[in-house]
Design a protein around this ligand. Structure first.
Ligand code: KIV
Ligand code: NA
Length: 276
């Protein structure tokens, strides 16, 4: 299993880090078998798995439940779990309690925490307590309500230099890596060159130290609309709906199950005594 120092070495060697979300046992198994370097149990699970229209309703117990399933599927992969909405703003104590609970009950190796300056001291407190922390700047979905939706962030010089400062503060506070979401590609490159910890981009261009995408977006699985930064690498919806459609047709027409192929038989002598 790779560790936080391995990710740092990968950045130094210019070797890209491939990160993917996963929310359950089969997804985690697929991710690990494909050679994903790091799995994120994202609170995006609220939207892509649970069908909420934002990440706000996701709870610490939801994150634990899904991380446990991911752990069982990817025993040899570094797992980062999101700290959900409102678990790390009220106080540092609450953030420590939530992160401690997630790590002890689910086996996550690290937590991810959205935000800039306002969470820097929390990142420091978590790191000091032994919790590896991944930062998350740019588009932060938990605050989409305040940002006015899911839009490209830090497009002005002023906002960009603020983001660079925040990335430096996250590094200084002890974060082992940061996610940059939905920002101009030039800024993704700039941040990756100005800080020493790995920068994992999602919609942040090709020059970050790695990429992360949502499992369901990568394989087209139950998602209605995907952002511009997503590339469709497979089409599970197409395969699955064709298969399920055939299943329904064959059940109704009696083609499935086939008497020879899919059924079990009782010996003739047993049958005779059954019928007396
Ligand atoms: O929840 C999530 O999936 C995320 C990534 C998209 C970075 O936070
Ligand atoms: Na998230």
């Amino acid at each position: 299993m790779k560790s936080t120092t391995d990710f740092l070495k990968m950045k130094q060697a210019g070797e890209k880090i491939a990160m993917l979300t996963a929310y359950d046992y089969p997804q985690a198994k697929l991710a690990e078998e494909a050679g994903v370097d790091m799995i994120l149990v994202g609170d995006s699970l609220g939207m892509v798995v649970l069908g909420y229209d934002s990440t706000v309703p996701v709870t610490t117990n939801d994150m634990i439940h899904h991380t446990k399933a991911v752990k069982r599927g990817a025993k040899d992969t570094f797992i980062v779990t999101d700290l959900p909405f409102m678990t790390f703003h009220i106080s540092k104590e609450e953030a420590l309690r939530a992160a401690g609970k997630i790590m002890q009950e689910s086996g996550a190796h690290a937590v991810k925490i959205e935000g800039g300056g306002e969470v820097v001291e929390t990142i420091r407190a978590l790191t000091n307590a032994g919790v590896p922390v991944m930062g998350h700047l740019g588009l932060t979905p938990q605050t989409a309500g305040v940002l006015g939706g899911y839009k490209v962030q830090a497009k002005t010089a002023e906002a960009a230099s603020e983001l660079i400062e925040e990335a430096k503060k996250c590094e200084e506070a002890g974060a082992f890596a940061i996610v940059l979401e939905c920002i101009p590609h030039q800024l993704g490159k700039e941040v990756a060159s100005q800080i020493n910890i790995p920068v994992i981009g999602i919609g942040a261009g090709p020059d970050t130290d790695g990429q992360v995408l949502v499992f369901h977006d990568v394989v087209t699985f139950g998602v209605d609309r995907v952002p511009k930064f997503v590339k469709k690498f497979a089409d599970i919806d197409f395969e699955a709906s064709a298969g399920i459609g055939k299943y329904v047709v064959e059940v109704k027409s009696g083609v499935f199950p086939d008497l020879q192929q899919h059924t079990f038989e009782m010996k003739q002598e047993e049958l005779s005594s059954l019928y007396g």
